[in-house]
Design a protein around this ligand. Structure first.
Ligand SMILES: Cc1cc2nc3c(=O)[nH]c(=O)nc-3n(C[C@H](O)[C@H](O)[C@H](O)COP(=O)(O)O)c2cc1C
Length: 550
C-alpha cells in the first residue's frame, strides 16, 4: 500500500468501508464496459487503479484522476506491483541488483561468462558455471566478467567436489586471490574446510560491534539438514581444525561464531541437473519454518533469506514462488536454451522442442560411485539408458576385466566408440594434470579405475552436447528439468518460441512482467473481480514492449 499516491489514500479508506458490497464482475461485463482501459491498466505493473461499480456498470478509475468516492461503489483496488517489488528488497540492495531474479550456475560453462554478463547488465544476478572447468578457464571467465559487468555484480559457482577435494581448495584460493566476494555454493552435503575458509576470509568487527563477512555465499540445498548447516555458524570442530593447521587466525575463529555460513539459501526443488526431485510446494514451507527457527535461535544481526529454484519457467510459477515468500527466484533450465549459454545450437533446438515429460534421472559423472543421479533430457538421445547401463555394470563387476565380453563389446563399439585402453590413457593424462591422486588410487583399486573410465563417458557426453558434435548426438547428456517444457508451452506462438530468439534478458523480463500481471489479477480476484483469461492472454512480449517497464 505504500506505493499509493497521496491522492489515493481516501479511496483506500472508502474501499475498506464498502467491503461488504464487493461484487463479482463477469467477463462479459468487462468486455462491454472497460476491456481496453482495463487491459491497458493491468498490463502496466506501475499503474495503481480502482475498479468501481456504479449502476451495475464497471468502470476503471485511475488513481491519478480526481475521483470522488461518493458517487460510485468501489469494488476493488489494484495497486502498483513493479518487477522491482517482487521478492526481498534486501536481496537486491545487498547484491546490487534491480530484480530478485537469478540465473543459477550451469556446469561446464553452460552458464557462460557471456550469460552472466548479460544478466548483470540487465539488472539481475548470473552465476558462472565453474563446475567441471579448469582453473585457467575460471580465471579467464573472471577476466571477462570484470571487463563486461561494469559496476554490476556477478556470482561464480563453487561446487562441492567430493572426488577432487584438492581442486575445490584451489578454486577457493583463486576466488580469494581474484577478490570474488559472491559465490553460489552447491552440491554440498557437509561443509568443507575450503568453503569455510572462503567465508571467513576478510571477516572483521565493524565500529558498531557487528561482525562483517565480505565474502558472501548464496547456498543451494534441497535437504533440510544441509540448509541447517548453511544457516548456522561454521561448526566449531571444523573451525578448530582449520585453526590448528593455521589456515585461519584465532580472531577469524572467534568472529565465525556470530555469522551464518550463508545468509541466502536457495531451496532447490525439482530442477535440471542435480536434484532430489522435491516438489516446491512441499519443500518451501519447511525451509521457511527452518529459517525462522534458526533466525530466532541465533539472533543474527542480519535476516536470513530463502530463495526458490527448480521448476520456475513461467510467470505463474514465479508468482507461486513469490507468493510463498521467496526472497528471490532462481532459473536454470530455461537459460540453457538461450543464445548466450555455453551450449550448442543443436542442444538449444532440442530444448526448444522439449515437453514436460521429456526428462528423466540418469547417473551423475561427479558422484557416480555414490549412485547420485541428475535430471536430463531423454528425447532425442540414448544417454540416460547408456549411463544407467554403465552404473549397473559398475555395481555388478569388480573391475574392467570382469565385464562380460558381450557388454565390453557394446561399450567399446556403441557407447565409447573407442577402446577401454584408449580411454584409460586419456583419463591418466587428464587426472595427472588436475588431481594425480585419482590415478594413484585407481592403480591400487580396480573398481576405482573402472569408475574413472566410465566417468570419461559421462563427462564427455555433456562436452559433446556443448560442442554440438553431430556425430555424438545420440550420446548427448543435456541437464534439464520440467521447467523447460512448461516454458515451451507458454512460449508457443510468441517471440520466444524459436531457440534463436531466446536470450536471458528477454526470458527474465517476460517472467518478471508476467509474474506481476499474474499477481495483480489474483489480487483483483481475491476482491471479487474475476477477469476472464481470454481478455489477458499472458504470452511473452517483445523487448520493445517490455523495456518501458524495466
Ligand atoms: C544445464 C544445467 C546445469 C546445471 N549445473 C549446475 C551447477 O553446475 N551448479 C549448480 O549450482 N547448479 C546447477 N544447475 C542448477 C541451476 O543452477 C538451477 O538451480 C536449476 O536449474 C533451477 O531449476 P530449473 O532447472 O527447474 O530451472 C544446473 C542446471 C542446468 C539446467
Amino acid at each position: 500500500m505504500t506505493v499509493l499516491k497521496d491522492s489515493t489514500q481516501d479511496q483506500l479508506l472508502n474501499l475498506t468501508d464498502c467491503k461488504g458490497e464487493l461484487g463479482f464482475c463477469t467477463s462479459s461485463d468487462l468486455q462491454t464496459h472497460s476491456k481496453e482501459s482495463l487491459q491497458e491498466l493491468l498490463s502496466d505493473p506501475r499503474s495503481s487503479f480502482f475498479l468501481s461499480s456504479a449502476d451495475g456498470q464497471i468502470t476503471t478509475v485511475n488513481t491519478g484522476q480526481n475521483h470522488s468516492a461518493g458517487d460510485q461503489t468501489l469494488s476493488a483496488l489494484c495497486p502498483q506491483l513493479t518487477w522491482q517489488q517482487l521478492g526481498d528488497a534486501t536481496f537486491c540492495s545487498e547484491h546490487r541488483l534491480r530484480y530478485a531474479y537469478m540465473c543459477g550456475a550451469m556446469a561446464n560453462g553452460i552458464a557462460s561468462a557471456e550469460l552472466v554478463a548479460a544478466s548483470a547488465n540487465a539488472g539481475f544476478l548470473g552465476s558462472y558455471g565453474a563446475a567441471g572447468q579448469s582453473l585457467d578457464a575460471i580465471n579467464t571467465a573472471i577476466d571477462y566478467l570484470e571487463q563486461h559487468c561494469g559496476e554490476n555484480n556477478f556470482c561464480i559457482n563453487l561446487i562441492h567436489s567430493p572426488n577432487e577435494p584438492e581442486h575445490e581448495g584451489k578454486v577457493v584460493d583463486l576466488f580469494i586471490k581474484r577478490g570474488i566476494t559472491l559465490i553460489e555454493a552447491s552440491a554440498y552435503l557437509n561443509l568443507t574446510p575450503a568453503v569455510i575458509r572462503y567465508r571467513l576470509h576478510g571477516i572483521y568487527r565493524d565500529d558498531n560491534g557487528i561482525v562483517q563477512a565480505p565474502n558472501k555465499i548464496i547456498a543451494k540445498a534441497s535437504r533440510i539438514e544441509v540448509a541447517t548447516r548453511w544457516w548456522n555458524p561454521p561448526p566449531e570442530k571444523m573451525i578448530a581444525e582449520l585453526l590448528a593447521k593455521s589456515e585461519i587466525t584465532a580472531e577469524q575463529a572467534e568472529l565465525a561464531k556470530e555469522i551464518p555460513m550463508a545468509v541466502d539459501l536457495t531451496a532447490e526443488a525439482d530442477s535440471g541437473g542435480h536434484t532430489d526431485n522435491r516438489p516446491a510446494l512441499c519443500m518451501f514451507p519447511t525451509f521457511l519454518a527452518l529459517r525462522d527457527q534458526i533466525q530466532q535461535t541465533q539472533k543474527y544481526s542480519v535476516s536470513l533469506r530463502l530463495g526458490l529454484g527448480g521448476g520456475i519457467g513461467t510467470p505463474s510459477s514465479a508468482a507461486a514462488a513469490f507468493s510463498m515468500g521467496a526472497a528471490y527466484i532462481v532459473t536454470g533450465s530455461v537459460n540453457q536454451a538461450c543464445v548466450e549459454s555455453g551450449s550448442s545450437d543443436n542442444v538449444r533446438k532440442m530444448l526448444a522442442g522439449t515437453e514436460q515429460a521429456d526428462v528423466t534421472m540418469a547417473p551423475a559423472a561427479d558422484m557416480f560411485e555414490m549412485g547420485v543421479k541428475l535430471q536430463v533430457l531423454k528425447r532425442g538421445t540414448f544417454f540416460p539408458m547408456r549411463a544407467e547401463k554403465l552404473y549397473t555394470l559398475y555395481k555388478s563387476c569388480a573391475s574392467l576385466e570382469d565385464i562380460p565380453p558381450a557388454d565390453k563389446k557394446q561399450l567399446e563399439e556403441q557407447f565409447f566408440k573407442t577402446s577401454i585402453d584408449d580411454i584409460w590413457q586419456q583419463t591418466q593424462s587428464f587426472f595427472n594434470e588436475r588431481e594425480p591422486k585419482q590415478i594413484e588410487k585407481a592403480l591400487k583399486d580396480p573398481k576405482h579405475k573402472m569408475a574413472l573410465v566410465f566417468r570419461w563417458y559421462l563427462g564427455k557426453s555433456s562436452r559433446w552436447a556443448n560442442a554440438g558434435d553431430a556425430t555424438r548426438q545420440m550420446d548427448y547428456q543435456v541437464w534439464c528439468g520440467p521447467a523447460m517444457g512448461a516454458f515451451n508451452e507458454w512460449a508457443k506462438n510468441s517471440c520466444l518460441e524459436q531457440a534463436e530468439n531466446r536470450n536471458v534478458k528477454l526470458v527474465a523480463y517476460n517472467i518478471l512482467h508476467g509474474c506481476c500481471l499474474h499477481l495483480r489479477l489474483q489480487m483483483l480476484k481475491q476482491q471479487g473481480v474475476g477477469i476472464h483469461a481470454s481478455l489477458f492472454a499472458q504470452k511473452p512480449l517483445s523487448m520493445d514492449v517490455l523495456e518501458r517497464f524495466a
